[in-house]
Design a protein around this ligand. Structure first.
Ligand code: GLC
Ligand code: GLC
Length: 643
């Protein structure tokens, strides 16, 4: 490319001149960014599409469309672009608290959600992910992740205009809107898929279509089944096309063919239309799967990163305040590879999530401590999204080699964790549900709400007052870690009220084969009404979480990413320390379901011989005394230090 770069650039500019772009009033400002991005973007795309004869054509059109999207970008969003570029690092501030919900289940509609903004404010929410609200098939929609049109909303929720109004109302309340970019696949009802099915060769090239089994076999043996209880294999026969289509997830979710530059360009268009609706952060769904190559697992390939970086480059041109959040539920090394200021600034932290539950089951923090020491650090300009539960299952994604360092056999340990969270392991406090058992590999994952997995459901059924206290503290301990390790904590709405599993999915034909529905709660008016009463489950949790959000916002040290893990002298006690300016924060959490005491010498060491304040109850913590910790108890100890 190097030699021909100047020629390529000149040809592009000539084309844009003749298309009249250069004489438009907005061009100069756009050009100031284009000079920075054009080389990067064209090289990224060239590395993918150099063999495609339409490369230059697609590139020129792409830039024209990016420019057009920027021209119509609403002034308020352009102002946001200037005020909050990614380099401002606004998302790392301690005041950020995230939440996620289904629009219909949480508030009925976009308008209903507008009325729930004060509820979000009670919890200090500043970052709201709304689960996919796009048009999707009525029944086969994978909870919204089978999108039939990125430009239309699910009519039951309201219109795109309602969504824009909601985005504005949220922005006025200091809440950014996060939405999904479901870019690995579309539903088989998407117009592109319909055209493909009706025989349009251009649209067949939007998907991965194979004439015969021999072609799919070449890939199949290297692939894993994501939903093995639903189907086996990654290909689906299309009667209309008389061909096989690549479908990584469900048979109605057709994987897009990113080896075709027209697909990249089309999806860039969909992405920009979302950006201009007022969405500030895009959650990049299923990033690991977007590039396929024979003889590989077709996950986490280098070209997947190239594609995301190219989308990021487009964002910098047309909507530069927009951030990407990576959803990669894969090996920790592979998760880390997506996190970069020029790729995804934000990433889910599935490792922390899984290991919080792991430590709760084992009452041992060694795996969690190891991961925090070894894998928590991120590049500058990036942040974790720390969650406890989400709409998906829990997979035990720790690295086998990390476990082996501690003498733990990964496979056996996963089997134990599954038994524990399903609730069959003796002494388990959990009532979870199995998800996608694969008899070939023995793998399975776990579903259940935080309250049910942490012991609240069992304690309520079995009526043990002590157990329920511990279970409530366990939920607050897990969230307390997510609120304090650094990054944006993400509250799965419903958890703040202690909503337990909803087993009604079992008798609903549209949901019964997907146990994730057990933990996708509907707004619970009864529990919500109890949220100010601290004698109730809802009141204890709501109060605890709102408190943590408030404390977080008041102390900048919570936003600090780097931490050091310290040995608290107990296998069940996690301790880490963070510093920001003159403020030192020591977080201590006991994962055992019985109280423990830290001896005086340990306490002296933890506190460097100085007294501190537990921010959670404003009590004084003295360095020359034993420190008692309740079952699942947690302290956030603040100290002042000279700078
Ligand atoms: C993501 C979603 C999950 C969905 C899958 C397929 O992983 O979080 O809910 O099933 O993508 O779109
Ligand atoms: C797998 C995928 C992840 C998806 C999940 C849905 O873990 O890696 O992307 O969300 O399955 O269950």
């Amino acid at each position: 490319m190097d030699r021909n770069w100047a020629v390529f650039e000149r040809t592009c500019i000539e084309r844009w001149r003749s298309a009249g772009l250069l004489s438009m009033p907005e061009w100069d400002e756009f050009e100031s960014r284009l000079v920075v991005e054009m080389r990067r973007l064209s090289e990224l795309l060239w590395s993918l599409y150099r063999d495609r004869p339409d490369f230059a054509f697609q590139f020129e059109r792409l830039i024209e469309e990016v420019f057009a999207a920027w021209r119509v970008r609403p002034p308020a969003l352009k102002a946001r672009d200037r005020q909050f570029p990614p380099e401002s690092g606004w998302f790392s501030a301690s005041g950020q608290v995230g939440a996620v919900a289904y629009v219909d289940r949480f508030a009925g509609s976009f308008r209903g959600l507008m009325e729930r903004i004060p509820y979000l404010q009670e919890l200090g929410i500043t970052f709201l992910h709304l689960m996919p609200f796009f048009r999707s098939p009525e029944r086969q929609n994978d909870g919204g992740y089978a999108v039939s049109s990125y430009r239309d909303t699910n009519p039951g929720l309201g219109s795109m205009e309602d969504l824009e109004a909601l985005a504005k109302a949220l922005a006025d309340a200091g809440i950014v809107l996060v939405a999904d970019f479901v870019f690995n696949h579309t539903s088989d009802e998407h117009q592109w898929a319909r055209s493909a099915r009706s025989g349009d060769a251009d649209y067949q090239d939007f998907y991965l279509v194979f004439a015969d089994r021999a072609q799919t076999e070449a890939y199949q043996s290297h692939l894993r089944d994501i939903f093995p209880e639903v189907r086996s294999g990654s290909f689906t026969w299309s009667i209309d096309m008389q061909a096989w289509v690549w479908t990584t997830f469900h048979s109605y979710q057709w994987d897009l063919n990113y080896a075709n530059p027209a697909v990249f360009r089309a999806m860039a268009g969909e992405m920009l239309s979302l950006a201009n609706r007022g969405i500030a952060v895009l959650r990049l769904d299923a990033v690991a799967f977007i590039w396929k190559q024979r003889g590989t697992s077709c996950e986490n390939l280098p070209q997947a990163h190239t594609i995301i970086k190219a989308f990021q480059s487009i964002v910098r041109l047309a909507c530069p305040s927009m951030l990407f959040l990576s959803e990669a539920i894969v090996h920790p090394d592979d998760i880390a590879a997506y996190i970069d200021p020029r790729e995804c600034q934000l990433s889910y932290n599935p490792l922390l999530m899984a290991e919080l539950w792991e430590a709760s089951a084992t009452k041992e923090v060694r795996l969690l401590s190891l991961s925090l020491a070894k894998r928590h650090r991120l590049p500058d300009g990036c942040a974790w999204i720390n969650y406890v539960r989400c709409h998906d299952d829990i997979g035990w994604t720790f690295a086998d080699e990390d476990a082996a360092e501690l003498g733990i056999n990964g496979r056996d340990h996963r089997a134990f964790l599954n038994d524990f969270y399903i609730g069959t392991f003796p002494g388990s406090f959990s009532r979870g549900v199995s998800f996608q058992y694969n008899p070939m590999t023995g793998d399975r994952r776990i579903c259940g709400t935080a309250a049910s997995l942490a012991g609240i459901e069992r304690a309520l059924l079995e009526g043990d007052g002590q157990d329920i206290d511990t279970a409530l503290r366990r939920v607050l301990l897990l969230y307390g870690m997510a609120f304090s390790v650094g990054g944006i904590p993400l509250l799965y709405l419903g958890d703040e009220l202690g909503v337990t599993n909803d087993y009604s999915y079992e008798t609903n034909p549209a949901e019964s084969n997907d146990s994730r529905w057990v933990h996708r709660p509907r707004w619970d008016a009864r529990r919500a009404a109890e949220r100010d009463d601290q004698t109730t489950v809802a009141g204890r949790l709501h109060h605890g979480l709102a408190d943590m959000a408030r404390i977080r916002a008041e102390h900048a040290v919570f936003g600090t990413q780097s931490l050091s893990v310290i040995d608290a002298g107990h296998t069940s006690v996690l301790a880490f320390r963070k510093q920001h300016a003159g403020e030192l924060l020591t977080v201590i959490g006991n994962f055992a379901d019985r109280p423990v005491r830290l001896d005086q010498q340990t306490v002296f060491g933890l506190l460097h011989g100085q007294a501190g304040t537990n921010l959670l109850d404003r009590s004084l913590v003295l360095p020359d005394q034993e420190l008692p910790l309740e079952a699942c108890g947690m302290l956030w100890i603040q100290q002042r230090v000279p700078v």
